[in-house]
Design a protein. Sequence first.
Length: 160
Amino acid sequence: MNLLRKIRDTGRVAEPAPARPRAVPPPAARELAGSVQVRCVDAGSCNGCEIEIGGAFGPVYDAERYGARLVASPRHADVLLVTGPVTRNMAVPLRSTLAATPQPRLVVAVGDCALGCGEFAGGYGVQGAVADVVPVDLEVPGCPPTPDRIVAALRTVTGR
């Protein structure tokens, strides 16, 4: 009973949401109107960015409260979060995933490896950066980028 009284008396405790990002949203973001379905694509990363994306959608950063939701199929997605340099084996699957994503759609390159191959630059199995394979609408730098940067990019897309 004491715990229930304490919960009732304390009320809801949470940190206020960070300020809305000031970045200009990509043109296609205006058509998505506030809520996006997100599909993650690992094009050959070390999984550092995937861990941070998991943190961005976890209970602390909670990207869903800003209108971004993870989906399992590119056919249901509005946004592709692509991580890592694109390997030779992933170039065709990445293009196929983009083709399966309905219009309007956005591609967000997450991490330094996705932007410029990072540590993997010049590797024999690396095709290139994400922008070398598919058009990129938004970039999230960092190795790996922090969950708050990923959430800020998604908030730029959703406008929340």
